[in-house]
Write a protein that binds this ligand. Structure first.
Ligand SMILES: Cc1ncc(COP(=O)(O)O)c(C=O)c1O
Length: 351
């Protein structure tokens, strides 16, 4: 595979065994004398595929998304380091940034990266890492990634981006200069809700080698079976993402006009803050929608949905709904079902 091949061709063929229609599962602790904490051939294939899709220098697979978050950041910091993070991020990433790192003596600051003044002010102090999700979990904050990357680099900081909500089909942070992009591969990359996984990709192969040493130290490697499921899932990433986007837009438009919905957030809606950034930078608006209910307790809505399952994950083939930690908003991962069926289920649950 070369960069001349298109994204979908690479998602199908890159990294795969050349002599078989599917890369085998190496269910072994050693192969050819090598101890496989350092690199099992099945998860190496997954790493090579992701590296080809992200346009990166090196990819490192981990046991889950949080193993990617923690191992990437721990590689980039040293005694006295300061980390700046967008105020909204996945719950356990926020916990890591605002409780775990300070507990270990690191200086972390949570700011609103949508506000250029806050970014400038935070970067006035020497900073080692700027961290954010371009489309954040759960509030769907939209961040101008190229602008933050430029400012962070000018201040001498490395940029780590969690791109779980978009996937490389819709946005490739390394093309915009990001140093590290990572995913909870459990979500859109896997796509079928049957494996937990994480993946880190670096622009600079040497930084990738350093993260590999972190993984060898901390453990948290990916199981070969889960790597196999990831290899299979990614082959249909683009096809799935396009349909997630199509269904999510239809759901967002339905919700926006429903009297029982106070406010709908979807990057594709002009009324959602940051829509212009999403329109100009991404290849699609994603499959995540969030909304506030009017005159209806959130629990009542969760009890009434039938097709949409009230489960805490996202990026699966089936539609999922979950409450945000503040209990204000429903976060919906719009699945691949027939569009009318999803909307009918929401209609009866809201009715
Ligand atoms: C944006 C984001 N990053 C990281 C994670 C953590 O991933 P995992 O559950 O695979 O550890 C999640 C999980 O929901 C997530 O949504």
């Amino acid at each position: 595979m070369t960069d001349e091949h298109g994204f979908i061709t690479r998602s199908i063929h890159a990294g795969e065994a050349e002599n078989a229609s599917a890369t085998p599962i190496y269910q072994a602790a050693t192969v050819d004398g090598a101890y496989l904490r350092g690199g099992n051939p099945t998860f190496t294939a997954f790493e090579e595929k992701m590296c080809a899709l992200e346009g990166g220098g090196r990819s490192i697979a981990t046991a889950c998304g949080m193993a990617s978050v923690t191992q990437a950041v721990m590689t980039l910091i040293r005694a006295g380091s300061r980390i700046v993070c967008h105020q909204t991020a996945y719950t356990w990433t926020r916990h890591f940034m605002s409780e775990e790192l300070p507990r270990l003596g690191f200086d972390t600051e949570m700011i609103d990266m949508r506000d250029p003044k806050q970014v400038d002010a935070a970067l006035e102090k020497p900073t080692d890492v700027a961290y954010f999700e371009p489309l954040s979990n759960p509030s769907l904050d939209i961040i101008d990634a190229p602008a933050v990357i430029r400012k962070a680099h000018a201040a001498g900081a490395k940029v780590v981006i969690d791109n779980t909500f978009l996937s490389p089909h819709l946005f490739r942070p390394i093309d915009h200069g990001a140093d590290v992009v990572l995913h909870s591969a459990t979500k859109y990359l896997c796509g079928h809700g049957d494996a937990l996984a994480g993946i880190i990709t670096t622009r600079d192969p040497d930084l990738g080698e350093q993260i590999l040493r972190t993984r060898n130290t901390y453990g948290g490697i990916l199981s070969p079976l889960n790597a196999f499921l990831l290899l299979r899932g990614i082959k249909t990433l683009s096809i799935r993402m396009d349909r997630h986007v199509m269904n999510a837009r239809a759901v967002a438009e339905f919700l926006e006009s429903h009297p029982r919905v106070k406010r709908t957030y979807y990057p594709g809606l002009p009324s959602t803050p940051g829509h212009e950034i999403a329109r100009s930078q991404w290849a699609g608006y994603g499959g995540m929608v969030s909304f506030e209910l009017a005159e209806m307790p959130i629990e009542q809505f969760f009890n009434k949905v039938r097709l949409c399952r009230p489960w805490v994950s996202l990026g699966d083939v089936g539609s999922l709904v979950a409450g945000d930690p503040a209990g204000q908003r429903v976060r919906m991962s719009v699945g691949l079902e027939d569009t009318d069926d999803i909307i009918r289920d929401l209609e009866q649950a809201l009715g």
